[in-house]
Each structure stands twice: as C-alpha cells, then as structure tokens.
Design a binder for this molecule. Sequence first.
Ligand code: MN
Length: 204
Amino acid sequence: MTYTLPKLDYAYNALEPFIDAKTMEIHHSKHHQTYIDKLNAALDKHPEFAGKPLEELLKNINSVPEDIRTAVRNHGGGHLNHSIYWKTLGPNCGGEAQGEIAAAISKEFGSFTDFKKKLSETSVNHFGSGWGWLVADSSGKLSVISLPNQDSPLMQGLKPVFGIDVWEHAHYLLRQNRRAEYVEVLWNVINWNEVGEVYASALK
Ligand code: MN
C-alpha cells in the first residue's frame, strides 16, 4: 500500500484569520507530503511491512526493521499526526467540547478551562519541535503530554485524541517566533465534533 496525502475538508484560507492560507498550503502540500513520500520510500525497502496499518507499525516501532525504524518513526509519525491535525481543525469551530469527551475532560482536568490551560502550557513550554497532545489510555482516561519531533503517542501505548503541532512551520509565516500566540488562537479552530469522534474510536 502506498500512502497518499489526505484531502482537507476545507479550503486553505478557511481557518483565517487564525491560521493563514499560505501556512496551511505549505504545511499540507509540502511538509505533510514530504512525510508521506519518505514513509513510502522507507516501506519500499520492506514490502512485508507496507501492508500493515500504520498505527500497528508505530505501536510496535521496535519490531520495525532497524534500517527503516527511524524513517517510520519520523515520517510515519508525521503522516499520522498531521492527518489527525487537519481532521480535528475546521472553520466555524472552537468553543468547548460537547458530549462524552466533555465529560471525560471535566472528570480528568476539573473543567474545560483548566484543561485548556494545561494543554496550552504543555504545548508552549515544549522545548524544540514537537507536539502537545491530549491522549487516552486503554481505559479511556485522558491526559496531556508533549512529545518531541513526530513521535506518536502510540509509541507510548497511548491513543492520540488531539494534537497541537508546535513545529515552527505551523506558525512561522504569520506569527514568526510567537508560539504562544499561535497556540492561543488555535482554540478558535478546534473541531470538537471530530475530536469527539477520534476519542470515541480510541475507546473501541
Ligand atoms: Mn507540522
């Protein structure tokens, strides 16, 4: 199987003024495409792994052949992370979580406001490139972590629910080094319906 770039459900300019069209276009059509190209190139060397779900490869990263392990970790992680990112953002979104995930957030963090503060601070304070993550364990219990580079929460036995990409490529064109500003405005474009769907499938 060859991985391909997932189409966005919205236009590149749909998240303005929070995320600009140029950033979206380059992030999706260049950065994400490059992760996919390099993942495909790595799996070409071991076709027996190409048919396995990417989630399985990342979950069992140490069983991936050593000569492609770093490539699968970085570029497979990059493909999966960005696929979640695009899907869980959208225009006319933001606000607070609803339904089952809202209840899980309140249970774990006290309130939506406390959760927002924790995920924002964790993302802003992450040193270097990486992601701030809302993750679920096998019982559905939520937590907030940050991971370097394109590491997937799956590599820690956790399911990704929502991620904030804090690589500079996610904000530099419009906001330069102001990561905290990017993280703050991102809350206006979180599609909580989709995050709820990701959470529901993580529980299965
Ligand atoms: Mn990115």
